[in-house]
Design a protein around this ligand. Structure first.
Ligand SMILES: *Cc1c(COP(=O)(O)O)cnc(C)c1O
Ligand code: SF4
Length: 346
């Protein structure tokens, strides 16, 4: 009985689905990402006339957004909260107020190529230089990825550093987006890390489950289930409109596989600086079993300062969320201050 059901599903897969492997599928979607502003506007039924801005091309950090994410934007809406996260505008080119290339002190925290440590017990590895989306507010938009290891052999010093310091219990894989590498290479990182006895936990900081849900492949989930390390996945969603359809399904896949999933957001002017959006985001997350973790005060990176919301407004929003949500659904409102021993609670 069991066998016949399984084989029936297999057959259904072959006849309805494509021949593309799950890995090829997300890579194909990535290769087809939208990189032209005019193409993006066309898909949304918008034109440049709908914007007061001239929408410049920004070569150093160009538009990059997968179709799957564009499909979640509202047609004909120039203020769409997802569109605003990815659309380059001319305010990015202004250098008003204080802003920095490295607002959170990443350079000072770099121990060896590819590895940062700021906090006790946790080391962060920058294992990919690219992302599946270019978020306009990104604090690493000016990070010097060129100087990080490119080939696997160059990771020697980072693994040696991890092995030499037995106070490090947790490795955080970050980037860029750490899931931009293939499942096979990702598996290689995991097996190198799990050989170091004092490492207990493996944390993945990725926005790909949100912007390119097909990245959550069965083999990725399997790798995280099979490792002796305790896995923790931290995703990055900012607005409830991101948490629909196959994005919800991708998050659910992690949760149903027994992998804890947390979400961090950035408080963003014009995107989620209102209580309705933040409450609904938390509701959608907890309904999937994803725990709201941090709401970050914006890091003042060059080109991102126009997204900043006053800290006092952030505090009021959190207080309002507390009135409407279960306690566990309210994220911690934090700021990263360079040189501090942890994120600073606001
Ligand atoms: C934010 C961050 C972490 C993680 O901090 P948690 O408070 O444990 O989430 C670790 N390392 C670096 C370099 C970071 O910036
Ligand atoms: S996915 Fe993360 S690291 Fe990449 S651009 Fe967006 S915020 Fe920055």
């Amino acid at each position: 009985m069991q066998t016949s059901i399984t084989s029936r599903y297999r057959q259904a897969d072959v006849s309805t689905g494509s021949q593309v492997s799950p890995e090829r599928q997300w890579q194909k979607e990535l290769a087809a990402a939208v990189i032209s502003v005019d193409d993006l506007l066309l898909r949304l039924g918008l034109s440049r006339k709908d914007f007061s801005d001239h929408l410049p091309e920004i070569r150093s950090f160009p538009l990059f957004v997968p179709e799957n994410y564009v499909d979640r934007m509202i047609s004909g809406e120039p203020e769409d909260p997802l569109l605003r996260q990815v659309l380059p505008i001319s305010l990015e080119l202004e250098r008003t107020g204080t802003s920095f290339a490295d607002p959170v002190g990443d350079l000072d925290a770099r121990l060896v190529p590819g590895m940062l440590q700021k906090y006790h017990g946790r080391a962060l590895m920058v294992i990919a230089s690219q992302c599946a989306v270019h978020c306009r507010y990104c604090f690493r938009r000016e990070y010097d990825y060129e100087s990080e290891p490119k080939s696997f052999e160059k990771w020697g010093p980072a693994f040696e550093q991890l092995a030499a310091d037995d106070s490090i219990e947790e490795v955080i894989l970050s980037g860029g987006d750490p899931l931009m590498i293939s499942d096979r290479r990702f598996g290689e990182f995991v097996s190198r890390i799990e050989k170091i006895e004092h490492i207990q936990r493996l944390r993945i900081h990725s926005r790909m489950p949100i912007v390119l849900p097909s990245r959550v492949t069965a083999s990725l989930v399997q790798t995280l289930q099979d490792t002796r390390l305790s896995p923790i996945v931290v995703v990055h969603a900012n607005h409830p409109n991101e948490i629909i359809g196959d994005c919800s399904a991708a998050l659910r896949r992690f949760v149903q596989s027994g992998i804890p999933v947390l979400n961090q957001s950035v408080l963003l002017n014009g995107i989620n600086d209102n209580v309705e959006a933040l409450v609904e985001l938390s509701r959608r997350l907890i309904n999937l079993g994803v725990m709201p973790y941090y709401l970050h005060q914006l890091d003042r990176v060059h080109g991102g300062v126009h997204f900043e919301v006053e800290i006092e407004i952030g505090r009021q929003l959190i207080a309002e969320m507390q009135k409407q949500l279960p306690g566990y659904a309210v994220p911690k409102f934090v700021q990263e201050i360079a040189g501090e021993a942890s994120k600073t609670l606001l």
